[in-house]
Design a protein around this ligand. Sequence first.
Ligand code: F0G
Length: 482
Amino acid sequence: MSEVKFFSGENIPLEMHKVRMVQRVYLREIEERAKAINEAGYNTFLLRNKDIFLDMLTDSGVNAMSENQYASMLQADDSYAGSETYYRLENVLQDMFGMKHFLPAHQGRACEHIISRLLVKPESTAIMNYHFTTTKAHISALGGIVEEIIIDEGLEINSNLPFKGNLDINKLKASIARLGKENICFVRIEAGTNLVGGQPVSMQNMREVSRICREEGLTLVYDASLLSDNLYFIKTRDPDFKDTDIRDITREIGSMMDIIYFSARKLGAARGGGIMTSDNEMFLKMREMIPLYEGFLTYGGMSVREMEAMAIGLQESMDMDIISQTPIFVEVLCKELLEKGVPVVTPPGGLGCHVDARQFCAHLPQEQYPAGALAAAFYLASGVRGMERGTLSEQRNPDGSETLAHMELLRLAFPKRVFTLSQVKYVADRLTWLYQNRNLIGGLTFEEEPRVLRFFFGRLKPIGNWPEQLLKKFREDFGDSL
Ligand code: F0G
């Protein structure tokens, strides 16, 4: 069984791969970055890649693929119906989760659309550890309600708890008693809880939730998009599973769930999505929707080349040397930042390093989007693009008031096996500088605010001329340097 590898026990991770193809990136002058972020309406989603040095927006669809993944693309079987590629992918997934049926969809949110159409009735409640933006948007669009029952520590920035993504069993029981099971459309567990710092869920917790759902006859849905990170944490943080084969852990997870879905832009390091179930009735109902919303059943809106790459990527995700790369890089960055006093979510999660914008920009009220302002300021200071995960990522209440997020985070995601240690050091260095000059960061206000998923296309403007002040200080401290 392979162990996670650190060099001489120091805080230096060992990459268990070598780089054989590279992409040129550019670090623009800060004046150019100021222009770019201004043109992007201070929304990092609207920046152009040519203006970005390190893209830490997301780990979705931007992971480094292996040589075997690329090689597999050559055997992709391009047929509208009955593609051999589909059957290869189906076999891999059936084996991985031990579930009977596989339905392809073009990405994670497409799976959420199909599952929500199957299960959500107006006024019904979906209970989950925590929502993801697209999950909630699909449930809300069908008149459903989301209820979050993550353990209280899950919403605290700092903790020693190894599994902060766990569902609170008492809250689950209380919700079932209060709502009545007929009003609950499904229970959802999100692996590696995205919006609260990529925090994992323990096997013990999943077992308990699954038992309760089976007793109550509730459908249990598992979002496996961040499964790789969660598997790594189960193996490294839960002594009971230290010696258990990763395949056996995955199969046990499969045996506990009624439906599993995933974004293959994350899990499997390609681009696409999929739904698994062993329930014949639910399978047949969802199958009807695939040709309507996605594409014919044997491709589901995906390119067959991506499906081949996904089949290999999924098998590779059963290898600790491969799946450990993101969490150990996240840990290294978090440790380095903590040493400099920069507030980050602990314990370090998967997916990325999460900077606590509430503490970082303690002078900014949540209505001025501290995490969004920090994301814009950090791009200005470094050319690194992170993502706001806070109040901007929420939707307004029907009366127009803000839904203030539980956490205001700047997420610095790690695309899998993409960045080097020196680049990580650069991130830590610039973020530390920004922290020392944090009082220069001002708030943001909307100029154009979309009604749904506003963080994608919304345009904002700074309150005051703080970007100019920050640029001036940068030039004072760094001179002509980039
Ligand atoms: N569920 C989780 C936990 C996710 O992280 C994502 C995507 C989705 C569902 C939706 O999948 O993008 O393929 O439609 N997360 C990306 C991110 C967008 O940047 O965190 P998708």
